[in-house]
Design a protein around this ligand. Structure first.
Ligand code: ADQ
Length: 455
């Protein structure tokens, strides 16, 4: 089997063990075990002057090759164009996106530098799989350097309607660069339709035929076993004891404005206001480690949440009960798995989300004899597969409050009947199935586009 080359903004540190590995490392684990692989991307380090050749580490059959970023590239490529412009636009938030020509130039520069560093490492029969919006231009840069290998692209975040994306400066250049791929994967059929329409508008009608939906999965069996194992540990016992028999609702997210956190907390406040019978009967635990703390929008969100949580707790707390427990530190995945199993409700209400793995993890973590209820945003990609969830509009705190009331009073038989098909779905479309489906599409694709398109 040919070598698999993974290119992603971040490369996991092979010296870290599985429990701390990021979502992509978990999703690709199977594929990386089955064949020789090279994983190429940013080291996560920022330095005054970045070297042009990557540092390499080997572990088993996988070579990890990383580049550092200069401070300037970090500012323009990563904070500026990737997080300040692309992230909001792709999540339908054109109005809060920040554009600067220097950011775009930095984005182009880093995509080109990554391609220049990767090209000499490639073998003619490699299969190359590029991940996510940080690297939209990479394949086109590789083609300019004469690379003829199969190159696939997977977008982990949503793709917005054509009018939104076309409102973004440099959208045409990005769409044109996408045309350099042999297969383009997105999470849902809606994303696929949006991307196809944009490609047609951007003059890349032929590339539109290479777009497909590949919903990402989790290692469902592995996560279920982890949650069951972790259920009887000191951390989970402490949480269980502290609840004193009250129901637990849990939210687990990066602290990000796409995750709908203020609306979710307002929804929980509405539950306590409109359904007083639940006061003192339910505790909401929100784990939201700070991410991208050096972007101003994220700092503002943090202040807003601090204030909201304080206000609701002040209003409804009793001497022996606090409604909301809010943790902005990271919590280890195994512990989170145990917490999820303990929670009667998984509250997952992003305003937009490519997929949302937490929704799937919550389902996987449940006790098959006595599962909890998933309250899920209809705007998370996962909503298409999670038939048994209570779907809500995440912008509407009253809708969230009503769903919480339904979940808290739902009979055990209904909880079970809703959970079973969701559990079956995440087990069938697990991480390795996702990987296999995308790679089959890529490796079965027609030959790469002519180099003539590069220029
Ligand atoms: P994210 O936006 O990061 O991913 P998500 O899909 O929920 O969102 O994945 C987050 C992962 O990090 C999950 O595995 C979760 O358990 C873990 N995590 C979150 N909060 C944590 C915490 N407090 N402590 C420890 N771990 C935590 C992007 C897209 C998603 C898409 C994924 C995968 O935005 O829509 O589902 O990629 O394609």
């Amino acid at each position: 089997m040919s070598r698999l080359v993974i290119v992603a903004n971040r490369v996991p540190d092979p010296r870290e063990r599985g429990a701390t590995a990021g979502g992509l490392a978990v999703a690709l684990k199977d594929a990386l075990h089955r064949r020789e692989a090279l994983w190429f991307g940013w080291s996560g380090a920022t330095v005054a002057e970045a070297a042009a050749t990557p540092a390499e580490h080997r572990k088993g059959r996988v070579t990890y090759a990383t580049l550092d970023l200069s401070e300037e590239d970090y500012r323009h490529y990563y904070l500026g164009f990737s997080n300040g412009a692309l992230w909001p636009v792709l999540h339908y938030r054109l109005g809060i996106a920040r554009f600067a020509r220097e950011d775009w130039e930095g984005y182009r520069r880093v995509n080109a530098a990554f391609a220049a560093a990767l090209a000499p490492m490639l073998r003619p029969d490699d299969t190359i799989w590029v991940h996510d919006f940080h690297l939209f231009l990479l394949a086109a840069e590789l083609r300019k350097l004469g690379c003829r290998q199969k190159i696939g692209f997977f977008l982990h975040v949503p793709f917005p309607p054509r009018a939104v994306i076309m409102g973004m400066p440099k959208a045409e250049a990005i769409l044109q660069a996408l045309g350099a791929h042999d297969a383009i994967g997105v999470q849902t059929e809606d994303d696929a339709e949006n991307l196809r329409a944009a490609l047609v508008t951007g003059g890349e009608a032929e590339a539109a035929t290479r777009v497909g939906a590949f919903a990402i999965g989790i290692d469902a069996a592995g996560f279920a076993a982890l949650a069951a194992r972790r259920f009887r540990t000191k951390e989970v016992d402490q949480l269980r004891d502290s609840l004193a028999g009250r129901a637990l609702a849990i939210g687990v997210d990066r602290l990000d404005y796409t995750k709908g956190l203020p609306q979710r907390i307002a929804g929980f406040g509405k539950l306590l206001q409109r359904f007083p019978q639940h006061r003192s009967r339910v505790t909401f635990l929100q784990v939201a480690p700070v991410s991208r703390g050096d972007v101003a929008t994220y700092r503002a969100l943090r202040r807003e949440l601090d204030e909201m949580v304080g206000r609701i707790n002040g209003q409804y707390a009793e001497p022996d009960w606090g409604p909301i427990r809010y943790i902005t530190r990271a919590v280890a995945r195994p512990t989170l798995a145990g917490y999820m199993r303990l929670a009667r409700i998984g509250l997952v209400t992003p305003l937009r989300d490519g997929m949302n793995l937490v929704a799937k993890e919550y389902v996987a973590a449940q006790d098959p004899e006595d599962p909890g209820v998933l309250v899920l945003s209809r705007f998370a990609g996962a909503s298409g597969e999670m038939e048994g969830a209570l779907l809500v509009n995440p912008l509407d705190p009253d809708d969230i409050a009503e769903a919480l009331d339904v979940a808290l009073t739902m009979p055990a038989e209904e909880r079970l009947a809703r959970w079973k098909p969701m559990d079956a779905a995440i087990r069938a479309n697990n991480a390795s199935a996702w990987c296999r489906r995308f790679l089959a599409a890529l490796e079965g694709a027609e030959a790469a586009p002519e180099p003539a398109r590069a220029g």
